[in-house]
Design a protein around this ligand. Structure first.
Ligand code: NAG
Ligand code: NAG
Ligand code: NAG
Ligand code: NAG
Ligand code: NAG
Length: 742
């Protein structure tokens, strides 16, 4: 839920600030502060990880103490505790490719699949049961009905992973075929269990959204009732627990998760975890996913972040990742509120409580402050600001300050809470006591009523499901422009991420708030975290039809088949638009790429051979000079979208985009270009017709975009190129950014 996701976010940020950095005092000599680092080595490096550390630390004993983990399967790298100067010394050593400081990241039904057009009865391939989705998250709930293996055969032969009995974890079956946990810093987490078990609920939710088996009669308080299922109910799930209740998700653990998932033989990786901004050569999700693609043809799908609607807030934006924004579906959850004067209003949120009597006295938080100094905070119903004797037995109106005013009011013996807010109104927060959320106009009405009568009263009713107009992009969903490169549009695509019902853990209450006693097998959450597994599941669905497609081919198929959307931030909010799972199975044409194409792109972006060593990990250094194509394109990449950034606001900016498409549809087919250009932009395509005689044929074309926005203050204007045949529509947005206005 945004709420929980955001709450966690705040929580992890706080923790990040207060986590003490280990420092040692020895014999009165103050040693430099140490931190965890990940050290990437070139693959021909003869010395062992311990050898390198011993030489650096001066003794084998110190080396042993410093060494945390060796990544030996897909990466030649190790994690160790080092001082800053040791890290610097290492990075200058021959054979050391890069040294990265370990950092901590935050975490970011059933109707949703029908809404985007993947009904229960959709055509499926027998091969679906050979597909394995690897999920990196907070762990998993093995006994959840979503991971029931009725009717499943043994795991596919390629599977090399494992699963055992762990603390509070009963083991795997033929649906959940792998479960591992990574906690390399070795610190026990007082709020978690050293086991792949999910004590949070996030990982159970995302995994069941991607690949959950069918569960009939799934619901939360009778809401969102239906058959819960993933995109690929027959596919297998492997959980790599890399996120922990107190510390979040550390880079060392994420990289170890990638190392294991690549070795184990997963087909698709799904990661609903925050990203860090930085170079693609020093970000572990970007490095890990590049190796997954390069070594094993695995596509990694990631969440775009919950930091919207600010522009430039998108994370996880490497070009080989499939970055997912969150859209809303046509279902909302509302509570009726009746005031003592008979007026009825409606609030948002999931309130599972039926009122026990007819009206309760209603007050405003700011009127019952514990003392005059607390009056302002009391308006937000913060802890220790309200007079308990005046709250007891009443409904309280509060402004949204932090999450959990429902818990504060309940703790003081209050009956319920009406929360006033102008943000987070497009998602339903779950309450731990009677509560609902209203906008400021309605809040004002309530406030006026409270102060217009001697004994104001009200009633909050149990939430009901309502139809809302959709799709829309959630306000919280992170927006472009891409902070990593001006040549690639991010996010790539939007998928349902608002009020999604999926499986949950019995080890966490629904809200995690103090005093909450609500547990449920299913719960409703919102966030790009929920959108990501919709796309990961769809990628698995596409792969079950086309087992040999490259990660870029699967990604292109999903992108060019998406449905157009609308939002004031246009493509910066939704990329190509709304996910269309069944369309992705037969895209007609694909924009394909291999790993070297991305390297070529990075060369064009100014990365050099030595800085790319952590991605490639190969013996021979990349020589960018020899890699750049003779015919330079605006972006040097065969991406399914095009983005041109204006040089200035007055003159004409022109970009030439060179692309090639591969026929994956009918043998003989002809595609015609359909161009949509916004005002002030000219787009031409050469040639305008592409003819194919057989499948797998590749055809090249170029798109010339010239734009002059004539003083427009719009951040983004957009057009598109559609290749249309009698059976296919292959759509690529063309986005023109005005850098002056973001
Ligand atoms: C985990 O298992 C131990 C041992 O059976 C038990 O004492 C503990 O309560 C369990 N923890 C949770 C959170 O269920
Ligand atoms: C609050 O909601 C009401 C009813 O839906 C609507 O008329 C009003 O414009 C909204 N106010 C704000 C500030 O969004
Ligand atoms: C390669 O790029 C890195 C990071 O930008 C830089 O520090 C280094 O000097 C560059 N090396 C060469 C040979 O240009
Ligand atoms: C677009 O084409 C028209 C007609 O050729 C031309 O007058 C105009 O300057 C062009 N605009 C841009 C931005 O290139
Ligand atoms: C550009 O702006 C000028 C002045 O605002 C206006 O007169 C002209 O019509 C505009 N041209 C286009 C093509 O919109």
């Amino acid at each position: 839920m945004v709420s929980r996701d955001l709450l966690l976010m705040v929580y992890f940020c706080l923790l990040f600030i207060i986590i003490p950095r280990g420092h040692l005092l020895q014999l009165g000599v103050k040693r430099e502060t140490e931190d965890y680092y990940i050290v990437f080595l070139s693959s021909h490096m003869a010395s062992t990880h311990m050898g390198i550390l011993s030489a650096l630390k001066g003794s084998e004993l110190d080396a042993k103490e410093s060494h945390v983990y060796s990544y030996t399967r897909s990466f030649n790298a190790f994690a160790a505790k080092l001082s800053e100067s040791e890290a610097r010394e290492l990075s200058g050593m021959d054979g050391v490719q890069s040294v990265i400081l370990n950092q901590y990241r935050k975490l970011h039904t059933t109707r949703s699949w029908d809404f985007i057009g993947l009904p229960q009865k959709a055509t499926r391939k027998k091969h679906e049961s050979d597909i394995i989705i690897g999920v990196m998250d907070t762990g998993i709930t093995p006994q959840s009905e979503s991971f029931n293996d009725d009717g499943f055969g043994p795991p596919p032969a390629k599977w090399k992973g494992s699963c055992h009995h762990f603390a509070n974890f009963s083991g795997c079956n033929n649906k959940l075929i792998g479960a591992k946990y990574f906690k390399l810093d070795g610190n026990p987490d007082p709020n978690d269990i050293l086991s792949p078990v999910d004590t949070d609920g996030h990982g159970t939710h995302t995994s069941s959204t991607a690949a959950g088996s069918q569960v009939h009669n799934a619901q939360l308080y009778g809401l969102a009732k239906g058959t819960a299922r993933g995109a690929v109910p027959s596919a297998r799930v492997a959980m790599y627990k890399v996120c922990w209740a107190s510390s979040g998700c550390s880079d060392m653990d994420l990289l170890a998760g990638f190392d294991a998932a690549i070795h184990d033989g997963v087909d698709i990786i799904s990661i609903s975890i925050g990203g860090l901004t930085g170079a693609y050569t020093s970000d572990t999700i970007s490095i890990g996913s590049f190796h997954a693609m390069n070594k094993a043809g695995i596509l990694t799908v990631v969440s775009a972040g919950n930091d919207g609607p600010s522009l430039g807030s998108v994370v996880n934006h490497a070009p080989w990742l499939l970055t997912v924004a969150a859209s809303g579906i046509d279902r909302g959850f509302q509570s009726k509120v009746v005031l003592g004067n008979g007026k009825t209003i409606s609030g948002i949120g999931i309130n599972g409580f039926d009122p026990k009597q007819k009206l309760y006295p209603l007050i405003s938080g700011e009127d019952v402050a514990i003392n005059s100094r607390s009056q302002e905070s009391a308006g937000f119903c913060l802890e220790n600001t309200l007079d308990p004797s005046k709250v007891k037995g009443k409904l309280v109106q509060c402004k949204l300050g932090t999450w959990g005013s429902d818990s504060v009011i309940k703790g003081l013996g209050g009956i319920g809470t009406i929360i006033e807010s102008d943000v987070f109104l497009d998602t339903a927060q779950i309450f731990m006591a009677p509560a609902t959320m209203v906008n400021s106009t309605i809040g004002e009405t309530i406030n006026k009523y409270i102060h217009s009568t001697r004994s104001p009263s009200a009633e909050i009713y149990k939430s009901e499901q309502v139809k809302v107009s959709a799709p829309f992009i959630a306000t919280f969903s992170s927006r472009g422009p891409n902070p990593g490169t001006k040549h690639v549009l991010k996010p790539d695509i939007a998928a349902p991420g608002v009020d999604i019902l999926a499986s949950y853990t019995p080890l966490h209450t629904l809200t995690g708030l103090k005093g909450d006693t609500q547990y449920s097998k299913f719960t409703i959450m919102s966030g790009t975290s929920m959108a990501c597994p919709h796309v990961a599941g769809t990628a698995a669905y596409v792969k079950s039809f086309h087992p040999n497609w490259s990660p870029a081919a699967i990604k292109s198929a999903i992108m060019t088949s998406a449905r157009p959307m609308h939002d004031q931030d246009a493509e910066l909010a939704y990329g190509v638009g709304q996910l269309n799972p069944r369309g992705a199975v037969s895209p007609g044409l694909i924009y394909d790429m291999d790993s070297m194409s991305y390297v070529q792109f990075l060369c064009h972006e100014g990365y050099n051979g030595s800085s790319m060593a952590s991605l490639i990990g190969s013996k021979s250094k990349i020589d960018c000079a020899s890699l750049l194509p003779p015919l330079v394109s605006e972006d040097a990449i065969n991406y399914p979208t095009m983005q041109l950034t204006l040089k200035n606001n007055k003159g004409i900016t022109t970009g030439v985009f060179r692309r090639s498409v591969t026929n994956v549809g009918h043998d003989k087919s002809t595609y015609n270009a359909i161009i949509k250009a916004p005002k002030g932009v000219n787009i031409t395509v050469e040639p305008m017709t592409l003819s194919f005689l057989q499948t797998s044929q590749r055809r090249s074309f170029k798109v010339i975009v010239s734009a002059k926005l004539n003083g427009s203050t719009k951040t983004v204007v957009s057009g598109s190129l559609i290749w249309r045949s009698c059976s296919n529509v292959v759509r690529s947005p063309i986005v023109i950014l005005n850098p002056q206005y973001y």
